[in-house]
Design a protein around this ligand. Sequence first.
Ligand code: ATP
Ligand code: MG
Length: 314
Amino acid sequence: MASSSSSAVTSISLPSLPLVATGKVRELYRISDSTLLMAVTDRISAFDVVLDTGIPDKGAILCQISAHWFRVLSDKVPELKHHLVSLQPPASPEVITRDEASVLRGRCLQVRSLKIFPIEVIVRGYITGSAWAEYQKTGTVHGLPQPEGLKCCSRFPGGPIYTPSTKAPAGESDVNISPAEARAIVGSTYADRIESLALRLYSAAHEYALERGIILADTKFEFGLDEDTGDIVLADEVLTPDSSRFWPAPVREGEEQPSFDKQFVRKYLIDNGLKGKEGVSLPDDVVRETTSKYREVFERLTGRSLDQALAALD
Ligand code: ATP
Ligand code: MG
């Protein structure tokens, strides 16, 4: 029977496969020279720290939202290349055990192994977060001059802007950089193509989300290089609540917007003086409310429940 679990999966250990990397949320395993397995846990981070408590079903939600967007974006941008190979775990019991396959159900992506460009490809349609903080001080966003008079959460009047950041090693924070600095990192052969593809993907996703009553304020993409063809390939997670800011439409300019993801977690941490602290557990009501926010954004964006999406995998 296909249904989602009620306890959180905070680590995914697969003794059958070599572990390539552990991130804040994902474990990356190698299946073959050309294919990796991204196993998505229920871990949640806030203010750059992973909390001790996981959010039940979050990993499956992130995984299935990404899969949904790979389909939607491929329809809207036909020349798009992406890394998703399969939503199924590798064959069991040939490659992994049946127990490993059962842990992975709904929360894994088999992807093409790529050389990832070492920048975070961020596109912003609305001014908030670190961009708003910079603008208030200097009138710029990632060093790019902006028109006067923008309010908190205003839409950028000239359209979405490309605002990359460095990809910091674990434990360090990413640093906002200008497109020119990103060009120096990725090289001029790829810089313009990455920027124009990211802007197209953002606009396509913004339009799609808005039709569903959701504003995609900003998002972070990662791209890799297909060294055989020279193609730039969309990788990692895509347009999830962890990599994006989703707001309920319409925007109320001049004030912070309620977001569809970690608002209960962040509020709990701030209200209890726990912001940025290690080893923090969340109370049950905060966990429940957060799961329900992730489920809500999943349903609004994909038009089906998580259980329906998981049942379609069987
Ligand atoms: P965080 O997202 O929490 O800042 P993180 O990005 O280091 O941390 P995760 O998102 O948990 O970690 O793990 C995903 C990792 O897999 C990232 O390092 C990402 O660059 C990498 N990755 C994604 N897609 C591919 C791919 N197709 N080939 C190789 N590496 C990939
Ligand atoms: Mg990541």
